[in-house]
Design a protein around this ligand. Structure first.
Ligand SMILES: Cc1cc2nc3c(=O)[nH]c(=O)nc-3n(C[C@H](O)[C@H](O)[C@H](O)COP(=O)(O)O)c2cc1C
Length: 178
């Protein structure tokens, strides 16, 4: 039975929800899935040999990725490359169809520039706008990004842009990676 490991970094829980949904769809397809936070993976280690496929995901924060996440990727380039693998990013700009593609999402290009690990498979996933839960300076910055990309700027906005059926399909897709 194929076993998929979904490693993720999540600042406020949305990427964790996405990782869980991926795992649920893999299990619904009759395979095994495990999810692990990269903070836990960094400190506790990963039993890479237990899994056949590995997916790694992170949210886009201020146009880039958390430093500890990039450090994890650099430290485990060889482990990640050893088996079928995939990278997914989560961003609110991916709410539009043109930025929801690998070629159209500049944060994906940025990851490929920053990462020594070159994933075999890539996926862009739209995240969540949650102004009330963000600190004022974060709200300010993201409202600015939204202003330039024609998104919501009302500071009370909470919108989940994730296409959950597509996330489930991505989970099943991971099982087809060779
Ligand atoms: C501090 C901060 C900075 C962000 N910067 C960007 C950004 O530059 N571009 C973007 O598309 N989304 C940006 N976002 C949106 C997040 O990628 C989105 O909310 C994602 O769902 C967060 O996932 P998490 O809950 O797993 O941390 C930012 C969010 C926060 C809180």
């Amino acid at each position: 039975m194929t076993s998929v490991l979904v490693l993720y970094m999540s600042r406020q829980g949305h990427t964790a929800r996405i990782a869980r949904h991926i795992c649920q769809s893999i299990e619904a397809a009759g395979s095994r899935a495990a999810m692990m936070d990269v903070v836990e993976a960094t400190h506790e280690g990963v039993d890479w040999d237990r899994h056949d496929v590995v997916a790694l995901g992170a949210p886009v924060l201020y146009g880039t990725y958390d430093k500890s996440f990039l450090e994890f990727v650099a430290a485990h380039e060889a482990d990640l490359s050893k088996k079928p693998n995939s990278f997914f990013n989560v961003s609110v700009v991916a709410r539009t169809p043109e930025k929801a593609t690998v070629a159209g999402n500049r944060y994906m290009q940025k990851f490929l520039e920053l990462s020594p690990w070159k994933p075999k498979d890539l996926k862009v996933i739209a995240g969540k706008v949650d102004y009330p839960s963000w600190a004022w300076h974060e709200r300010f910055m993201i409202r600015l990004i939204m202003k330039y990309t024609d998104g919501p700027t009302d500071p009370t906005t909470v919108i989940d842009y994730t296409d959950w059926d597509d996330v489930a399909a991505y989970g099943r897709h991971l099982l087809t990676l060779r």
